[in-house]
Ligand binder design. Sequence first.
Ligand code: HEM
Length: 420
Amino acid sequence: MDSQIAEPDAAARIASIPIEEIDVARPSLFQNDTIGLFFDRLRAEEPVHYCRESYVGPYWSITKFDDIMAVDTNHKVFSSEAKLGGIAIQDMHSVEGALELEMFIAMDPPKHDQQRKAVTPAVAPSNLQLLEPIIRKRAGEILDELPIGEDFDWVDKVAIELTTMTLATLFDFPWEERRKLTRWSDVATAAPETGIVESYEARREELIGCAMYFKTLWDERINEEPKNDLISMMAHSPATRDMPFLEFLGNLMLLIVGGNDTTRNSISGGVLALNQSPDEYAKLDADPSLISKMVPEIIRWQTPLTHMRRTALEDWEIGGKQIKKGDKVVMWYLSGNRDESAIERADQFIIDRKNPRHHLSFGYGIHRCMGNRLAELQLRIIWEEIHKRFSRVEVTGEPERLFSNLVRGITRLPVRLRAR
Ligand code: HEM
């Protein structure tokens, strides 16, 4: 057992750890869901906290809402650059034999701004509205197949399936092969120690296969009339059509990766949150028009990406602490989203908040999630379709969580459905 896990009296044991020894990078704390207690303590006692020793090396934790905003909006001092370590607490390494895709999420201006500007029109709300009826129809088909009154795993049967379906719809990807998208997304972010790929060489092979597949789709679409899918839009748009192929591929992978785990875990996280707050489930039942407010609240509550990391380009002071040039600075969105000084009753899931978009799950500043409206659209459609069919998605057992300090994931969620 991890020495920082303290069951059954978790709060008392965590309170007794010397503050300088607290290390919130440990993936086990996210897997056993005790991480919130650590963040509560840091926010109260040392909101800007330095961890000297950890398996990811030394790092600063920024845990309060306003301090996170200050770092996220200060890209001149806090860099996302891949070669300095990138955007996750664990450094991005250049590994020989690995195919490194360049993605603008891990770039600083001016390159970041140019690439983001080129791809943004692909996810403009006006374009996405055109996809809404197809996403709705396919979501309905998946939900209609589900067993009523029988236990099954929501993650496997619904969350993964719906996310894959929406990705395939967005790209107008050959329908029968849609699980390839899920696989490539997993592979793109995988290191061999995750067990998803055997070696960097195997990963490289798969990503080359992915590149060739997309090249074929790109070549087909560029010779057809423009359509509403993201590949056709990028192939025809003056801003993106002349992009070098590897750059196109990097951006495409970013759209796939960005929308995969995050949406999947928001779908499962919403079911869990409603079950843990029965009064909120009753509110939803009585008034389904609350879904559009509930969706951002689910995204705050789940915080599908726990953090983004930056590297300091110069000495800088935050919260009375002196950060040095070259230091690793981690903005814990999961903690900022529970900060009572910025969000009223932050530790409660409330589906009719006045200002539900006031959260950090999409980040802030120049890297603020490009797909945020798309994510909300998908989740709204999915919840509307769930509500039409089922009076309850009842959680019947303990959820299992992902061993990761970056993706806040639910890997298994036993449920039973009641038909409406
Ligand atoms: C960036 C979260 C869905 C595409 C980000 C960032 C976060 C995030 C935290 C970095 C923000 C920062 O550094 O300040 C989420 C969450 C989602 C979601 C919680 C779902 C609930 C999506 C979807 C797409 C997407 C569906 C697909 C279009 C991107 C892209 C970036 C990004 C392209 C990079 C933006 C940049 O660097 O300028 N997202 N995301 N995301 N996301 Fe999302």
